[in-house]
Design a protein around this ligand. Structure first.
Ligand code: BES
Ligand code: MN
Ligand code: ZN
Length: 563
């Protein structure tokens, strides 16, 4: 897609379609639309004053222009009520317009941004949001279709935006931002929508490496031997059922452009297919479990976007990747796994595998002395029951960080909702014979899963994002076609940007964990269970950069760690 920004009059441009946003119930035309209406002999005012087109969100009218203006067609797009119009309404409108333009088989479209509907946002953000909406809406997972009814369809190839001269530079920069972000979302969607047999741990690692090479960032892939050497017994336990056919991988992505600042660590659940293992899932709907690496996909996409935007922030991506399969060597319900942290987990249900592989990844994260650790995982069916497809389930050990994520969710419209991670929930995951068990029964299933993860977090601020309900779209909606949604990419990019700006809640010194880590010390665990085998400043076996190289100046003031 080519984006043009022009300062000329929209009515003089040769286009297949000129798109005009119309707010619901507003009959008075804005100045730029009035000029076009004049050239059209009053046709727009006539349509807008009628009852058949009210400007309701989701509605549109296509009008021929009879050669009166440069564009062949006018597309009046309902924007909904001005009072409730927000940034995501603009993203949705852009997405709807793009799909209409595509479906009407137009090649070129334009829209004035001077003072008509939606021009209420700063130009750079406006540009980013338009590009996101358009490109995410036009995304098509076409990898496996060999016969398509729309094969002959002309390709929507160019968008021209008309804006005042003072805004063109910012608008162009925003469009470029949006293009990079949308490309990253597309990569994530590609990875997550791919069938399990074509997105094995090895293939996922190769795709991560390919992305890293293109972006000039570091990628290390640990194989089953290296994983064993690290004593990641929980990851290996889950991997056992598929070991011979599809061995696990542990993927490490490092984007560390800033000296002397601690990294954000993003951990993504990378179950490339979740059959449930010996505690096998019912056949109905099992096919969807190819999406069980959506957390991993989001982390790979986020790293791609952050690197291509060249954000001045250090970010590490960690992805434990394996299948969860039954088999002669598979772990059994009742087995006990020894994790990298040294702690033991009783496997009540082999289908609660996500928390097992994440436990080891959360231990590995400690070596970076992270500013914060965020894990993203399609972790629980209970999250889908609790929040449906609208919100990410969010929990953490630091309210400042949780608030920051909630705010980023509102900005990006990848919204999250906090659930209580109270100590009392840990009662449900007490094991009689191991340190913890991997199932807490049906009540509060999303919280007890997070409670188990919390037993493996180190001396860092941490948040867990359960994306089970939000990573897949069954029906298709504005800018989110059916299939993998790419959730998490825009949220993580927004957070990284905030951190790059020195966002308050993410700055060093807001918790004891952060301040002590920045002094090169290992923080005494808040809970007796939180000791981690690796950590501190030692160089990792695989040569990964350690906290020592990236640790920051001493933090301003210590504060108590909220947990
Ligand atoms: N990947 C699933 C989570 C999931 C299940 C997402 C259904 C979407 C729909 C996860 O590995 C899982 O199977 N979790 C179990 C945990 C239970 C056995 C404690 C679940 O949620 O049923
Ligand atoms: Mn499972
Ligand atoms: Zn799973």
């Amino acid at each position: 897609m080519k984006f043009n920004v022009k300062t000329t009059k929209p009515e003089s441009e040769k286009l297949d379609a000129l798109v005009l946003g119309v707010f619901e119930g507003e009959k008075k035309l804005s100045a730029d639309v009035a000029a076009i209406d004049k050239a059209m002999g009053g046709m727009i005012a006539e349509v807008v004053s009628g009852a058949e087109f009210t400007g309701k969100a989701g509605s549109h009218v296509l009008l021929p222009t009879m050669g009166k203006i440069g564009a062949r067609r006018l597309l009046l797009l309902g924007m909904g009520k001005r009072a409730s119009f927000k940034l995501d309404s603009l993203r949705q409108a852009a997405g709807r317009a793009a799909q209409l333009v595509r479906d009407y088989k137009f090649k070129t479209a334009g829209a004035p941004l001077a003072d008509h509907a939606g021009a209420a946002f700063p130009a750079r953000l406006h540009g980013q949001t338009l590009a996101e909406g358009i490109l995410m809406a036009l995304y098509d997972y076409g990898a496996y279709k060999t016969e398509r009814e729309d094969a002959e369809r002309p390709v929507f190839e160019a968008v021209t935006l008309f804006a005042p001269a003072a805004e063109t530079a910012a608008l162009k920069a925003g469009l470029a931002d949006g293009e990079r972000i949308a490309e990253a979302v597309a990569l994530t969607r590609d990875l997550v929508s791919a069938p399990g047999s074509d997105m094995t741990p090895t293939i996922l690692a190769n795709r991560a490496k390919e992305m890293a090479d293109k972006q000039g960032i570091k990628c290390q892939v640990l194989d089953e031997k290296a994983i064993d050497k690290l004593k990641m017994g929980a990851l290996l336990g889950v991997a056992r059922g598929a070991m011979e056919a599809q061995p696990p991988r542990f993927i490490v992505l490092e984007y560390l452009p800033v000296k002397g600042r601690k990294p954000l660590v993003f951990v993504g659940k990378g179950i490339t297919f979740d059959s449930g293992g010996i505690s096998i899932k019912p056949a109905d709907g099992m096919d969807k479990m190819k999406y069980d690496m959506a957390g991993a996909g989001a982390v790979i996409g986020a790293l791609k976007a952050i690197a291509s935007l060249e954000l001045p922030v250090n970010v590490v991506g960690l992805i434990p990747a394996t299948e969860n399969m039954p088999g002669g060597h598979a772990m059994h319900p009742g087995d006990i796994l020894k994790t990298m942290s040294g702690k033991t987990i009783e496997v009540i249900n082999t289908d609660a595998e996500g928390r097992l592989i994440l436990a080891d990844a959360l231990s590995y994260a400690e070596r970076y002395q992270p500013e914060v650790v965020l894990d993203l995982a399609t972790l629980t069916g209970a999250c889908v029951i609790a929040l449906g497809n609208q919100a990410i389930g969010l929990m953490g050990n630091d309210q400042g960080l949780v608030d920051q994520i909630l705010a980023a969710g509102e900005r990006t419209w990848e919204r999250a909702w906090q659930l209580p991670l109270w100590e009392e929930y840990s009662e449900q995951i007490k094991s009689d014979i191991a340190d913890v068990k991997n199932g807490g029964g049906r009540p509060a299933g999303t919280i007890t899963a997070a409670a188990m993860l919390a037993k493996f977090t180190g001396a860092y601020r941490w948040a867990h994002l359960d994306i089970a309900g939000t990573a897949w779209e069954d029906k298709g909606r504005a800018y989110v076609p059916k299939g993998a949604t790419g959730i998490g990419v825009r949220l993580l990019v927004d957070l990284a940007r905030e951190y790059a700006k020195g966002g308050k809640a993410m700055a060093a010194g807001t918790s004891a964990a952060a301040s002590a880590a920045s002094n090169g010390k290992v923080v005494p665990p808040a809970k007796p269970a939180a000791k981690v085998a690796t950590g501190g400043t030692k160089i990792s076996a695989n040569g990964a950069k350690t906290g020592a190289k990236t640790s920051a100046k001493p933090a301003a003031k210590p504060a108590s760690r909220k947990k």
